[in-house]
Design a protein around this ligand. Structure first.
Ligand SMILES: Nc1ncnc2c1ncn2[C@@H]1O[C@H](COP(=O)(O)OP(=O)(O)OP(=O)(O)O)[C@@H](O)[C@H]1O
Ligand SMILES: [Mg+2]
Length: 419
């Protein structure tokens, strides 16, 4: 079985393609490609053609860098458009000598997928939590064991059909096939969080260009996820509108002189920029830029805290908050400012691997790590299936994400193998 995967992160500001391999327990990046993308708004594809162009471009770069051809990809789906749903599968073991085979495991996983989903939702992934053989629980790999009754407790990833169809269509039109869809918070966590954090209780906050994904892990499991429509582009827009300069100038100023708090401005230097109307130069005070950024960053942090508080998550974050994504990560002073907002320890997290050591690669790296792990346990089929008419359970349109302990265990195991 190949130990190479290609991951594709369709973000609001860029499309990113990684070719990654697992070689003797070492995770390596073989190729990287990124392309600006204007076809995604707030984490959802709104323009297929420009998304396809961006995918093709990023694929080409990664192919050239690695000297390999990309045929298929694993892709992310934004946490806001997918949810986890817990279900059980039960089968009778077929062999006369009652030895459990890979075929039995496949059948029990299929049985766990027998649920009725609303017409606008589909199952995109299934994650086994534990197997139960004749009542004995917490079995990770039942193949080779002897029993009569095989059960599985699994988590189904259920996503909106529209977003999944647009992802599929974009990938097909880019000339690729789809290996699998990964729920973004699960992928990002695999690249950014460590075992202890996930066990103790941690909020992973991925502040991107237009969205902020907040996910909470406790006892190794994803227990809460929410996407709010704010990100680094809002900071750029504020600077652009208030200072009356172009977005590209505002973006440059933000990256070069940006601070998270007005308190960090030592000298009120002046920057000269070409006027937006092309007439003469415009003077911008760094203290004004700092004030604009301070206000917007405070708002983003306030909204994150509000989500954590309203969902009773903040009090139990023993391992604090981990910030990743490009939106806030590189802004001077962000760690201290965030810490004072959340009243818990704050760490800045990025994928610590050669070639992708940058927070904007968090999701792409995570998808690759998560998918390599899925491939390794591929005897347990993780592909989506059609939902049977014999519906065992009705899924409510309004169900919330309540993953039970154990869902991330396998990722943790896999993750631990790297160290
Ligand atoms: N050095 C920097 N300082 C400040 N902001 C930065 C810096 N580098 C990148 N950014 C900002 O990070 C954002 C892009 O981050 P990221 O690549 O994580 O977003 P994305 O994944 O494309 O978007 P999303 O996750 O919202 O779909 C942009 O708003 C960009 O302006
Ligand atoms: Mg992102």
């Amino acid at each position: 079985m190949s130990n190479i995967v290609v991951s594709l992160d369709i973000g609001s500001s860029k499309v990113c393609v990684l070719i990654a391999e697992l070689n003797k327990k070492q995770f390596n990046i073989l190729g990287v490609g990124t392309s600006e993308c204007k076809g995604v708004k707030k984490g959802i594809i709104v323009d297929i053609d420009s998304t396809v162009d961006a995918i093709k471009n990023a694929v080409k770069q990664a192919e050239q860098m690695s000297n390999r051809e990309i045929k298929s990809v694993y892709v992310n789906i934004c946490g806001g458009y997918a949810n986890l749903y817990r279900n059980k599968g039960v089968i009778a073991v077929t062999r006369e000598d009652r030895e459990i085979t890979a075929e039995d495991v496949k059948r029990v996983m299929q049985a766990a997928k027998v649920v009725a989903v609303p017409a606008d939702k589909e199952i995109i992934d299934i994650i086994p939590e534990q197997f139960i053989v004749d009542g004995y629980e917490e079995i990770r790999d039942p193949i080779g064991m002897v029993g009569v009754r095989l059960e599985v407790d699994a988590n189904l990833v259920v996503a909106s059909c529209t977003s999944v169809q647009n992802i599929r269509r974009s990938i097909q039109k880019a000339g690729l096939t789809l290996d699998g869809i990964v729920l973004e918070p699960l992928g990002t966590a695999a690249a950014i969080l460590n075992e202890d954090e996930m066990e103790l209780g941690v909020a992973l906050v991925d502040v991107g260009a237009e969205t902020t994904d907040i996910s909470v892990f406790k006892k190794g499991s994803l227990v809460f996820t929410k996407v709010i429509p704010v990100g680094g582009n809002h900071i750029t827009n504020d600077i652009s509108i208030i200072s009356k300069i172009s977005s590209s100038d505002a973006e440059k100023i933000k990256k070069q002189y940006g601070v998270a708090s007005v308190k960090l401005v030592k000298n009120d230097d002046i920057i000269k920029i070409n006027n937006i109307a092309g007439k003469g130069e415009k003077e911008i005070h760094l203290s004004d830029v700092a004030q604009i950024m301070d206000a917007r960053i405070s708002e983003i942090l306030f909204l994150i805290r509000k989500q954590l508080e309203e969902n009773n998550m903040l009090a139990s974050l023993s391992a604090g908050v981990v910030i990743t994504g490009g939106g806030l990560f590189n802004i001077k002073g962000i760690q201290d400012v965030a810490q004072s907002y959340f009243d818990v320890p704050v760490r800045l997290g990025y994928p610590n691997y050669i070639g992708v050591a940058n927070p904007t690669y968090a999701a792409a790296t995570g998808i690759a790590i998560y998918s390599l792990k899925q491939k390794r346990t591929s005897s347990i089929s993780s592909k989506s299936v059609n939902v049977s008419d014999e519906a065992a359970v009705e899924i409510d349109d309004e169900y919330s994400l309540e993953a039970k302990p154990g869902i991330i265990e396998k990722i943790k195991e896999f993750f631990a193998d790297f160290f």
